[in-house]
Write a protein of this length. Sequence first.
Length: 290
Amino acid sequence: MDWQRDLVTWPLNAQSRRIHHPPHHWHVQEMGHGPLALLLHGAGGSTHSWRDLMPLLAHSHRVIALDLPGQGFSRAGNRRRLGLSGMATDIAALCIAQGWHPDLILGHSAGGALALELATRLVTPTGQPPDIACVNAALGPFEGVAGWLFPVLAKVLALNPLTPTLFTLGADKVTRARRLIESTGSHLSPEGLALYARLIGDRAHVDGTLQMMAQWDVAPLLKRLGTIPNRCLLITGSRDLAVPPETSARAAAQMPRARNLSLDGLGHVAQEEDAARVLAAILDPENWPA
């Protein structure tokens, strides 16, 4: 996405700024005062995924949302650092350099996996582990044939310099965005679909997303779930067709201080379908483990 051309019509653009912290050029949005909440979107998304939730959370928190490297308005300075471990390392370094000590890390889908990867890399202002909230966290390995075919396919696509251009060409992008979102069990407004249409029409964003997919490996994190000391709330949408809700239920059962909460009638991008309901679930202390 082009900063000069596209940001002016992007959600919450008045809260946007750029930070250069090696190896990446980061797009960050910030608003509110209070305990710090760090928001991480999923693969193929951007800060726009929090456009409704972020202002609500800002009533009680200082909220910082960032575009993952190579996606949205963030520019990747090292294309070999777009997997789970590399991105978590670079996000942690950015937070430490900026003096950000989150009390809450909130991640959606792949951003949920990133939040859990960051669980022991960041601390609150008092030195405690931050709370981790995930919405439809992408915590399961690909099963069956997809387990080996999808990573190989993603790597092949990512290595082809023509692939991002091919992805951005073709049928009406709003129609493609609608099909993509509805295939995950979610239904968005025309305005929400238009934002995704702009993203899938941007070559750099598509390239960054493909690079992330090609390098993604959640297996080491899954092996460490039982050692995560943070309080964790794993929220699922009952209609999620992208990540089976059972994935979060299984993960929560492996963690010492985690709970799984299902929200009926919501799909994969639940925070965009009903931001107030998702946020209410996160802010309700009764939903969290001791």
